[in-house]
Design a protein around this ligand. Structure first.
Ligand code: PAF
Length: 272
């Protein structure tokens, strides 16, 4: 990695970084193209990070297809791919964790308590190894993006964090590696999540109260065929704190949702 990075720096100067867990789809491809706009040298990583999966989660069935992933990343202008082994990332005796309690204690964290510590720790390590000038993270994982921005600043990484817009299917479903697990019928129902958020945004813009918009979103997601909802929330876009209805006119807001359909957990979010 060090040799490759030195070569890239000599040739291109600035380096932008796109961390991934592989299973590359059009959303990742977009992030690579965004990275290419911010630096001439682009590095991507492929590492399915065990620290961000709980024992009952889908670590073992997370899609792994190294060769096709490398080809896709290469097609999007990635110059160097870093794919460490689990042992290289977490050698025996590894014991440090990175946490951002102001942002990593609510929403996703209430349902996946281990998740953000795992993400923040691996991202900190990846930044220390790759030492990029900029790094691109998808807005699809909005809470993750805010946490990475926080840690990048707090830990003096010098990495400029860029949010890459969510890429959607024509019917609104946000691209995700987990969409592969959707059955035919679940896939047909899944865009209901996006439709509920779009309606909620209209209602919020029309002046409806936050609590009633959240309640209607819950009902619409259930009616769309989702089996259960982890959360539906309208929050401050920068702090993720709950927003009063009157604050909506002056503060940036974000709608965030997580729901399950036939055993597949989907998350999404939308700017208001
Ligand atoms: O968003 C992801 O794919 C992962 O959480 C990340 C940032 C690569 C860390 O493992």
């Amino acid at each position: 990695l060090r040799g490759g990075l030195q070569d890239l720096r000599d040739r291109h100067g600035r380096i932008a970084f796109v961390p991934t867990m592989g299973a590359v789809h059009a959303g990742h491809r977009h992030l690579c193209r965004v990275a290419g706009r911010h630096a001439n040298g682009v590095v991507a990583s492929i590492f399915v990070n065990p620290a961000q999966f709980a024992p009952h989660e889908d670590f073992d069935r997370y899609p792994r297809r190294f060769e096709t992933d490398c080809q896709a990343l290469g097609e999007e202008g990635v110059d160097l791919i870093y794919a460490p082994t689990r042992e290289a990332m977490y050698p025996a005796g590894f014991d440090t964790r990175v946490q951002c309690p102001g942002l990593d204690s609510d929403l996703e964290a209430l349902h996946r308590p281990h998740f953000f510590t795992g993400v923040a720790t691996v991202v900190t390590k990846l930044f220390a190894r790759v030492r990029p000038d900029a790094a691109v993270f998808g807005e699809k994982d909005y809470q993750q993006l805010l946490i990475v921005k926080r840690l990048a600043e707090d830990l003096d990484t010098g990495v400029h964090i860029i949010g890459g817009e969510t890429v959607r299917e024509a019917d609104g479903l946000a691209l995700s590696s987990r969409n592969e697990h959707l059955s035919h019928s679940a896939r047909a129902k899944a865009p209901g999540l996006y439709r509920a958020m779009v309606k909620a945004r209209l209602n919020l813009r029309g002046g409806d109260a936050v609590a009633s918009v959240e309640a209607r979103m819950q009902a619409e997601i259930t009616a769309a065929g989702f089996d259960s909802i982890d959360y539906v929330a309208v929050r401050h876009a920068g702090t993720l704190q709950p927003l009063t209805t009157s604050a909506l006119s002056s503060e940036p807001a974000r709608i965030l949702v997580a729901a399950r359909i036939e055993g597949v957990r989907l998350i999404d979010n939308l700017a208001v």
